[in-house]
Design a protein around this ligand. Structure first.
Ligand code: XMP
Length: 342
């Protein structure tokens, strides 16, 4: 169904109107078979490099390419120290161990946090994170031999967005995605999912055997927790944020909210208030809960979270997370708030 036109279609950046939407495992299998053949034909016996962030798109591309070319694919996972709790470990477990990928894992936490020390301005933080990601990735790439291709988890909305950007539409934030690599890396691109929409990528991911949780992972900004640890990032506040966020995610899972709420997370501002703990004054940061629904992230509404769930999250965060003494629930839709706080 896809195969007859695959080479021609997938070299192009335009999704033909006739292209079938991938909504079932059978359609996903047909797509996978076709792409496996197309990738093999494109790369031959050469090596392909992939920046594997652990997000849905790069994970699906990794799984697809492992199926197509096995160890000819080299995945590089850069842990910038701004991942959520357990995320880099999951990448290593699934790709390094289960799928036996050729995986290079780089813990660059110190490099990123040292560069970010004292930097409070959100756009500057984004730029530092994006630029340093490229530095680390390019350094690793230069150590590898015989790489001819670069695989990317580009999807169709990325292509549509770039067209809009080229037409000069103004963005509120730079939305730097740390996966965006410079053109001067001079590799030929392999972009097997570039004509798919997100829901199709997920169906393909499940058909490739990736865990449901990874495939249905909520959106997570490229600069990661860096834009949720508001103002200048410190290691202790970042740690508190990561722990509080893990509790929020666990309790949303327990309450069955994980798949009904589009995006939910904690932000921790750089302010302290007076509180009380064990009969003593306890100064701490507030953890702000954000839980929104949206179709396209351009506008967003607030999700009504049951009070019982909010109480439980509040009790757990204030008891279990060092440095947090209050929990707040952000009721602001977009506009006037953006989804993230920075
Ligand atoms: P805002 O905060 O602009 O967010 O309402 C809309 C969506 O975009 C995500 N977001 C980012 N994604 N790099 C990304 O890859 C970024 O710098 C960035 N900033 C915001 C945000 O999480 C939400 O899903």
């Amino acid at each position: 169904m896809y195969a007859s036109r695959s080479r021609r279609i997938f070299m192009s950046n335009v999704r033909p109107e006739s292209m079938v939407r991938i909504t079932t495992p059978a359609l996903a299998q047909a797509f996978i078979e076709e792409q496996v053949a197309a990738v093999r034909a494109q790369v031959g016996d050469k090596k392909v490099l992939l920046a594997l962030s652990g997000g849905v798109d790069s994970s699906v591309v990794a799984a697809l390419l492992i199926k197509a070319i096995g160890k000819q694919l080299v995945c590089v996972h850069v842990n910038h120290g701004l991942m959520r709790k357990g995320e880099s470990e999951q990448v290593v477990d699934i790709f390094g161990k289960e799928l036996d990928a050729n995986l290079v894992y780089i813990d660059a936490t110190d490099r990123f946090l040292d560069l970010l020390a004292g930097v409070a301005e959100p756009e500057r933080k984004r730029k530092i994170i994006g630029a340093e990601f490229i530095n680390v990735f390019a350094e690793e790439a230069s150590k590898l031999e015989g790489i001819s291709f670069l695989a990317q988890g580009t999807i169709y909305p990325d292509i549509l967005e770039s067209i809009k950007a080229a037409e000069g539409k103004k963005a509120v934030k730079s939305h730097h995605n740390v996966g965006g690599l410079p053109e001067d890396l001079q590799f030929e691109l392999v972009e097997p999912i570039k004509l798919l929409f997100k829901d199709e990528v997920r169906v393909v991911g499940e058909a490739l055997g990736l865990p449901h949780k990874m495939v249905y992972r909520q959106p997570f900004p490229g600069p990661g927790l860096g834009v949720r640890c508001l103002g200048a990032i410190t290691r202790d506040r970042l740690h508190a944020l990561r722990e509080a966020d893990a509790i929020l995610r666990e309790e949303f899972d327990n309450a069955g909210l994980a798949e009904t709420v589009w995006q939910y997370f904690i932000a921790v501002p750089d302010i302290k208030s007076v509180g009380v703990k064990d009969d003593s004054r306890y100064e701490g940061w507030p953890a702000i809960i954000r839980a929104v629904n949206t179709k396209d992230a351009m506008t967003a509404t607030i999700e009504e979270i049951p009070y019982a769930v909010l109480h439980k999250i509040t009790a757990r965060i204030t008891n279990e997370v060092e440095g947090i003494n209050r929990v707040l629930y952000d009721l602001t839709p977009k506009p006037t708030g953006t989804i993230e706080w920075e």
